[in-house]
Design a protein. Sequence first.
Length: 470
Amino acid sequence: MEPSIERWIEANKSELTSISDGIWAYAELGLAEHKSSKLQMEYLQEQGFTIEAGVGGMATAFVASWGKGKPVIGFLGEFDALPMVSNKAVPYKDPLAEGAPGHGCGHNLLGVASMGGAVALKQVMESKGLPGTVRYYGCPAEESSFGKTWMVRDGAFDDVDIALTWHPGNTNAVRNSSSLADLVLKFNFYGKTAHAAGDPWNGRSALDGVELMNAGIERMREHMRLDSRVHYVISHGGGAPNVVPDFAQNFFDVRAADIPELKRMHSWVLDIAKGAALMTQTRFEEVFLGYAANVIPNRVIARILHSVMEQLGVPEWNEEELKFAGKMQSQFEPELITRTVEQFEETGITPGQTKLCDFVVPYSDRIEGGRGSTDVGDVSWVVPTAQFTTACYALGIPGHSWAVTSCSGMSIGHKGMLYAAKILGITGYRFMTCAGLRDKARAEWEHQLKGRKYESLIPPEIKVPPLPFE
Ligand SMILES: [Zn+2]
């Protein structure tokens, strides 16, 4: 353990908390996080870090560095909000601004804990005169554009030895879970408009193209691997039934357990689109929106994170916080809470109370498959990377909801954030000061990659992330 890291975070907790609350109040969506990004950059500059802004073609992406040469330890931060989940820091639904974005994934906490860990590590290195470089990666648009993927393609992680990150959750846990590689695409179909009753023979329906494409996708679904996923919405289907639509649009996520399988699925999806256009005498264009690779877990880093988590001891919850969490849980179906408790019992833990997690989930070396997707995946293909969660919101409440927004703006979220900052800083210090540990993490990374090389599926001609929800 390195007690000075913990001390530094404790001594600076009110400043870190106020930056987190600032980002929480800004609640800026992906690629529009101008104030959130600036607030962090200014703080890091004051702390002696050098800033490179506009990384990966994104105005709000930045890399803050302190120190010189190897080793390089990178901390990953996020700070984008989600649409429509604005809420006050109260245990019931009450938007701060109706219909506005909110931090329903707790990224205000995510960014500030990683930044706090980086600055704490820098302080200790400076006072001890240690060699090496500390980096904080300000990674925008995780929710909408997979910002890190663009930074990876730009080479921002090429010289990093170890990357560390975390995510606000409802438990304190290190899990060796992967995630699904994901392609976000739109398919625009173009036909010919006509009066649907007067002269339909002069028209060609773009919606027919979209519908037959989706019929084809349903036939593909039967033959996909069990861990692959494909989902779509028809984002434009025409305006009125008596007008043959000359434009229609399909919006897709195509997901697979690894990059080669994702490429195979993508080429089948393209064949289906071609077939649908041929059958309907329409034409289509594919629009690329985003890409994320699957996560390569690293058990060497995970074990250290877990041991630091245990040695530090979990935050204590006071009566007020437990009451807040209980009131919040009562807004949701009781089954959500029961299911969470059952999950704990499977790991051999019977919690004393079921409002807020007050223990560390036992560690397992087992590698689990993932269901969602994250741009941490792309970083993990080029740098040995690991992540964890700390309890920042009430047990059993749904993610990406007003309830997470609420907890992320009050003491429950703050405590989880400060705990995460300490875990990150101390783990960073361990890897910074021990070449043997870094070598072990690298060997584990090579073992997990099994000779595979990272491939970015972003078309090379696209320089700047498109805005997916425009
Ligand atoms: Zn998130």
